[in-house]
Design a binder for this molecule. Sequence first.
Ligand code: B12
Ligand code: SF4
Length: 469
Amino acid sequence: MRILLIHPPCEEEIYQRFLGLVAPPIGLAYVAAALENDGHEVMIIDMPAEAKDIDEVKEDIERFHLDVVGVYCATYRVNHANEVIKTAKEVDGGIKTLMGGPHASLLAEDCMKNENLDVVVCGEGEITTPELIHTWKCGGDLTRVKGIVFREHEQVVRNPPRELADVDSLPYPARHLLPMDKYKLFGTFKLGTMISSRGCTYGCHYCSVAAIYGRRWRPRNPKRIVDEMEYLQKNYDIDALIFMDDNFDLNKKRVMMLCDEIRERGLDILWGYQSASVIKDEETLKKLRNVGCRILTYSIETSSRRSIDVMKKKVDMQQVRDVFQMSRKLGMIRIANIILGLPGEAKKDVEESIELAKALDPEYALFFLPAPYPGTKFYETAEKMGMIKELDWSKYDTANPIIETEQLSLDELRELNKRAYMEFYLRPAIIKNNLKILYDFIKEGYIKPKHVPGLMSYVLRTSFYLARL
Ligand code: B12
Ligand code: SF4
């Protein structure tokens, strides 16, 4: 069958704005690989990365003569995902339409209100999607396909859930179908991404991953991970690699084994990850640094002890301070993610979080406004307490305020968020920190002359944005 998978855009790309990050939709590439293995002809359009609008996508759908169109759906992309599905059916009513991703998985029945949508694939797509397409092709019985929600005789039917895949036996994501040249970090490093584990055992109340997959963590074998790192370096000539796991550093022993494997193979690659667990000791941090790990994103979330407890986030503030100091000494690029305005927070708490960001003094900080994603415990509570003031899901991108706290209105939160960015970035320390990193990275050969134009244009764009705040 001829299948097109689409990554729809969203209104605000915070990571692109502040980190010059454009990342591949690797979940779609995993599904595409499984479909190719089954003999299908698969294409992927990454609308934001390729800067394609819906009219251009419509032309593609007309040109490709497709059997199936599938779309990724996170909450903040839902309006565009629905538009894509509608467009596919407008072009040809015979095209089967599919949705997957976190929002679709958690709110499948709601997504099925779009009458142009035929099926939602809930949870992982690698086993379910080929099986579904095989069933369509053979005119088989959809009630036998686990993990889908579909329409039968005008009724929406939910089948039993699909068991989780064995993460070590999955084929590599079909990156050859993605516009790999478009993926960037800091506007200039050619970026590759990988998933070295899936899921997370923590149960943060605002998390969609825990809501979809439960509190399970499935690590890949370090040898297989390094095989894929080598493959990426060799085939895509990437400048930097970021692990996009839900919880990369949950198991310190596995991190150590991965470092050993990288060292033993002599792999020379600049890499980083988003830390959910926060490696706390200097020895491990050193080990990471010595095998090229130089970009660390720490999800601090908030400085307020009360918010940490309410959201069931595992954070120890003293450890966070120590880790920031140690990783600074080791010449890492540190990115702090901080949430402002969690339930119960007053202006004073938000100001404390901004002060914390400045005190930690990382090279970059991202400030998020909390969004209660449907299907999570946070959503349940926020809804029950009447806190949700924004109902347009396209605004659930953490750049827009969604909930009011007892003490803070949406407008106040919007203002505090702007203030956080201005206070954090308009400090001499930012220039000093970044110049130091720049110097180190040039000296170590990570930044080459070819990176300079991209880097300059990213710095100018971000500065221009900050100046207009
Ligand atoms: C990497 C990542 C990012 C990256 C890059 C995203 C990208 N381009 O891929 C970055 C850092 C930019 C990012 C940013 C954000 N992210 Co994010 N991100 C993730 C993360 C950790 C991993 C995604 C991933 O690649 N997983 C691995 C693949 C294999 O899994 P997958 O994508 O789910 O795909 C599988 C299935 O869903 C299914 N599937 C997916 N699509 C389709 C389509 C079809 C047709 C089918 C059949 C099946 C299918 O099959 C795939 C293979 O099994 C997820 C957590 C998660 N596990 O989803 C959060 C997650 C998607 N992000 C989330 C959020 C909230 C954000 C932000 C809004 C918030 C923030 N402040 O960080 C921002 C803003 C985005 C923006 N507009 O700027 C939420 C979304 C919640 C929701 N209900 O929509 C998640 C789920 C995190 C969470 N803990 O709740 N993110
Ligand atoms: S640490 Fe991250 S992935 Fe794990 S439950 Fe919390 S938000 Fe979800």
